[in-house]
Design a protein around this ligand. Structure first.
Ligand code: SF4
Length: 212
């Protein structure tokens, strides 16, 4: 059984799949407490569902793209089997993970969107850098920036781990803090080969809206 906070149909708001219709399976629990977290409601609340029940619910939307998100999905080890089962059923599976737990055992058919937590999140010490060895070129690494210090730190980490040669690299800002114009300016000045993104869903709906 897996504890599920919500299952809903919306558009993908981030990553290179942004704008595409997607079914989201939000799993309960998280091992981190980022200062800017916008999904605290997923820390504890949820319903226990079997793998079959989840797959059946996902199929109802008749959409091939599905994302497992949280909370932190990898807290529940059953999420590995969920991702495999969804891929076996022909779904294109994405995973959003904080980068604090091992990704080694994830089915290779899954597209991993992995955060590396920046200093302003308060969780930078939780980054599990060994994960970088298990990323595929089709995966993406996401930095959520809340300050110039975060930007400088991210630039240094990209360089240190040669990240742009290992996976796609995404920059976004903590909603309502850092001005996107500044980040884009810095990126262009530094000629960083990263993709800037805004959380599209927060512009379409109210920033605090759930289930979109
Ligand atoms: S990892 Fe995600 S869900 Fe967990 S505290 Fe950080 S932002 Fe919130």
């Amino acid at each position: 059984m897996i504890t599920v906070n919500e299952i809903y149909f919306s558009i993908q708001g981030e990553s290179s799949k942004a704008g595409l219709p997607c079914v989201f399976v939000r799993l309960t629990f998280c091992n981190l407490r980022c200062k800017y977290c916008d999904t605290e409601y997923a820390f504890y609340k949820g319903t226990e569902l079997s793998l079959d029940e989840i797959v059946m619910r996902v199929k109802e939307y008749n959409c091939t793209l599905v994302e497992i998100t949280g909370g932190e999905p990898l807290v529940q080890t059953e999420s590995l089997l969920l991702m495999k089962t969804l891929a076996d059923n022909g779904f294109e599976v994405m995973l959003e993970t904080s980068g604090s737990l091992p990704i080694k055992e994830i089915d290779p058919r899954v597209m991993i969107i992995m955060d590396l937590k920046c200093p302003s999140s308060g969780m930078v010490k939780k980054n599990f850098y060994e994960n970088i060895n298990y990323l595929k070129p089709t995966d993406e690494i996401k930095f959520v920036l809340g300050s110039k210090e975060d930007y400088d730190w991210s630039k240094q980490i990209i360089d240190e781990y040669n990240l742009t040669n290992k996976a796609g690299v995404l920059f976004s800002v903590v909603f309502g803090t850092l001005d996107p114009k500044d980040v884009v300016k810095w990126m262009l000045e530094d000629k960083l080969n990263v993709r800037f993104q805004l959380q599209m869903h927060k512009f379409i709906w109210e920033a605090a809206t759930k289930g979109v």
